[in-house]
Design a protein around this ligand. Structure first.
Ligand SMILES: [Zn+2]
Ligand SMILES: [Zn+2]
Length: 286
């Protein structure tokens, strides 16, 4: 039974290179594939393999004290989700381009937004008028987002700092804002950047859209499909998932995304079945 694990942990790592070698050897010995990033701020990974191997990976990884509290998210795999293994050290776990702004201690990110479980999110929404703030790349929100979410105009995570500093969201600084992303990691950093910039009531959805979907599926505040960075492309929480994407070429409803046909271009576009093989961004028409 193939399984996929998604996890991260913000904790100070004095020697990320040593952890890299250990993690690489561990994954190789267990026949796991996937991607693991390490930085002085912690670890972020997606790995896949057979159930027994994945279980053993979890046990071994938790033996290292700073990783003992890692919250591993499990999902079903297909068996060939990760043909390769990559374990790397980078200045940041998530590329905000602000490695020196981020403060991490044994408790995780310092000064981040208040964490909300999916149930707490519903309680908050029942009490107050909140604004959802999408912490992902704008294209991801084309096929799924929280109701009435603000989707910042970012092509990549490193655009967030300039976007926040542009003043475009200053009107939200005095009101409750809930940041959300796929699994929660981007909001750990984003929410701390927002707090630092004077947003006075910032929350982050703990475990991200993935955990919210496990608990509430399509019967809550989430609308559409969840974009994922692996071969699956996107996932739906139930057969009732709304289709909110529109094919870039013909406008037909769709939840599928494809890369622009130009191989040097990294633009992701919503495509219907008829236009699946001919995705073309405005800069690279056919
Ligand atoms: Zn189409
Ligand atoms: Zn293009």
């Amino acid at each position: 039974m193939p399984k996929i694990l998604l996890f991260y942990c913000f904790t100070p790592l004095a020697d990320p290179e040593a952890i890299r070698l250990w993690q690489r050897d561990l994954c190789e010995s267990l026949g796991l594939g996937g991607r693991i990033l390490l930085s002085p701020h912690g670890i972020n990974g997606t790995v896949g393999g057979e159930l027994a191997a994945v279980k053993r990976y979890v046990r071994k990884t938790r033996e290292y004290a700073p990783f003992s509290g890692i919250d591993f998210k499990w999902s079903e795999g297909t068996g060939d989700d990760f043909p390769r293994l990559s374990v790397r050290v980078r200045p940041e776990l998530v590329s905000f381009g602000a490695p020196d702004e981020l403060q991490v201690d044994e408790g995780g990110v310092v000064g981040g937004g208040e964490r909300l479980t999916p149930a707490q999110l519903h309680e908050l929404v029942a009490q107050k008028e909140v604004t959802f703030f999408d912490g992902r790349n704008a294209f991801e929100a084309q096929i799924g987002r929280f109701a009435d979410a603000v989707v910042p105009d970012v092509e990549a995570t490193r655009d967030f700092v300039a976007e926040l500093d542009s003043g475009a969201y200053d009107h939200l600084k005095g009101s409750p804002v809930v940041t959300y992303c796929t699994g929660g990691i981007r909001c750990e950093v984003l929410s701390s950047l927002m707090v630092k910039r004077g947003f006075s009531e910032v929350y982050q959805l703990d475990g991200g859209i993935a955990r919210y979907g496990e608990e509430f599926g399509d019967s809550g505040l989430w609308e559409g499909s969840l974009y994922v960075f692996d071969k699956r492309g996107s996932v739906q929480f139930s057969p009732d998932a709304a289709v909110i994407g529109e094919c870039h070429a013909c406008g037909a409803p769709s939840s599928s995304m494809r890369n622009c046909h130009d191989l040097s271009c990294r633009t992701q576009l919503v495509v219907c079945e008829a236009h699946a093989e001919s995705a073309a961004c405005p800069e690279h028409p056919h």
